[in-house]
Design a protein around this ligand. Structure first.
Ligand code: HEC
Length: 136
């Protein structure tokens, strides 16, 4: 094969790779209700979720919550779970049901105890879940 052909081949396959990656990124953000997410953002501050969770990637007392929706996470019992709506809802209402590997059990549960009646209201829970979904 001539050098020119070889170089052409490399360039074309790199281009195809880049295009694929772009597709992947475009597909990543789930459909988000911006209004609901905005309300969730306010509640995230009101219930002090932000004292333990960053939304920009740094781990705190709890894991960062950006870019987690739809992704898999390893739990402390060695199993793996996909962070879908049901998982997020359970993680908020019953934090000790599934423990993310490397993080402590009990701290979130204790802290949010006083807020539980509020968190159990569907309008609040769905807003918080929508906010987490919106964090890419
Ligand atoms: C006192 C610290 C603390 C507070 C406050 C707190 N969390 Fe957590 N959270 C944690 C810890 C630690 C974990 C990881 C252990 C576990 O899985 O329960 C966690 C896990 C989570 C997860 C699962 C994360 C993942 O990577 O899968 C979600 C979602 C979550 N918290 C949402 C919230 C929301 C919403 C609030 C506010 C209502 C909140 N947390 C308040 C400490 C906290």
């Amino acid at each position: 094969m001539s050098r020119v052909l070889l170089v052409l081949l490399v360039v074309v396959s790199l281009g195809a790779f880049a295009a694929c990656r772009q597709e992947e990124q475009k597909a990543a953000p789930p459909n988000v209700n911006a209004e609901l997410a905005q309300r969730g953002k306010e509640l995230f501050g009101k219930y002090a979720c932000n004292t333990c969770h960053s939304t920009t990637g740094q781990a705190g007392i709890g894991p960062a919550l950006n870019g987690i929706y739809g992704k898999q996470v390893k739990l402390d019992d060695g199993s793996t779970v996909t962070r879908d709506d049901a998982y997020l809802r359970e993680s908020i209402l019953n934090p000790d049901a599934k423990i993310v590997a490397g993080y402590p059990k009990g701290s979130m549960a204790n802290f949010i105890q006083p807020y539980l009646p509020e968190l159990q209201k569907e309008e609040n829970l769905s807003a918080l879940v929508e906010y987490i979904k919106s964090l890419q």
